[in-house]
Design a binder for this molecule. Structure first.
Ligand code: COA
Length: 243
């Protein structure tokens, strides 16, 4: 399999392919899930509050198929037995088909899940993984998750990774020289008027690459990320062709 073609929200139509990916990934780790476990996975995938993202890859014949998925659900207190904890996404499953691993799909799925979670009000995520699951540890660390220090025994020792979520970054493309911060705020729809921009900046409500910026006239350059009102936009400066 080659080339990530699409990351998208999963639907109940994807369940069969998703289960096949999960079983293949489990099989590669020497695990053969029992029918009862498979049925529980289908229940999770079809739960009304399930948050599923799938990654499709193109195979050598040009056909596309689901090659990986990530599944989140509302996090609960007391290690999953208590009430739903506001703003916490529990990442309950993540699998990439054995033939599609080590191509960046797992990390892309974690990022896509985090982006899909933000507009639903999730602000933190956590995931438990086996202490000896080296690929998963590498993946979560590569995605910026951190060990919380919590451990438990779930048919074997597991550790917890956690992360604060950030607003998804949207690209805004301009041709030429870049533009000023006040202009970008309007162009990206983060404010409607110059007066609103001034007010927002004065209230320290705008960040450029994570630092509060007060100047409306700050010249922005390619790849800078502006965050305001719970949204982030990345400026892409598309230089005009030479004349
Ligand atoms: C864990 C899993 C989802 C990773 O998927 P993936 O698509 O291979 O991950 P990526 O290609 O995005 O890898 C991202 C980073 O994770 C780390 N990583 C991934 N696989 C690794 C491995 N086998 N050994 C060491 N590090 C690994 C690396 O740092 C990698 O970056 P690099 O390729 O630039 O070195 C996949 O191995 C899998 O499906 N495993 C079985 C199911 C599972 O264990 N899921 C996690 C449950 S908590």
């Amino acid at each position: 399999m080659r080339g990530v073609l699409e990351l998208r929200a999963g639907t109940t139509d994807d369940v069969e392919e998703v289960v096949a990916v999960w079983r293949a990934a489990q099989g590669a780790r020497g695990q053969r899930p029992a029918a009862s476990r498979i049925a529980r996975v289908v229940d999770k995938l079809t739960a009304p509050d399930a948050l599923l993202v799938v990654g499709e890859l193109e195979d050598d014949d040009g056909a596309t198929q689901v090659a990986g998925f990530a599944l989140g659900e509302p996090g609960r207190a007391d290690d999953g037995t208590g009430d739903v904890e506001a703003e916490l996404l529990h990442v309950t499953m993540l699998s990439v088909a054995p033939g599609a691993q080590r191509q960046g799909l797992g990390s892309a799925l974690v990022e896509a899940l985090a982006d899909a979670a933000w507009p639903l009000g999730y602000r933190r995520l956590h995931v438990w993984t086996r202490t000896d699951n080296t690929p998963a540890h590498g993946l979560y660390e590569a995605c910026g998750l951190e060990l919380s220090g919590r451990e438990q025994d779930l048919a074997g020792p597991v550790v917890q990774y956690v992360a604060e979520l950030e607003p998804p970054v949207r690209d805004v493309v301009v041709t030429g020289q870049g533009l000023r911060l006040g202009q970008l705020l309007k162009l990206a729809g983060l404010v409607d008027t110059g007066a609103q921009a001034k007010e927002l900046l004065a209230a320290s409500g705008v960040q450029v690459d994570g630092e509060v910026e007060l100047r409306r006239g700050r010249q922005l350059v390619d790849d800078e990320v502006v965050t305001a009102r719970d949204q982030s936009v990345r400026l892409i400066v598309d230089a005009p062709p030479p004349t």
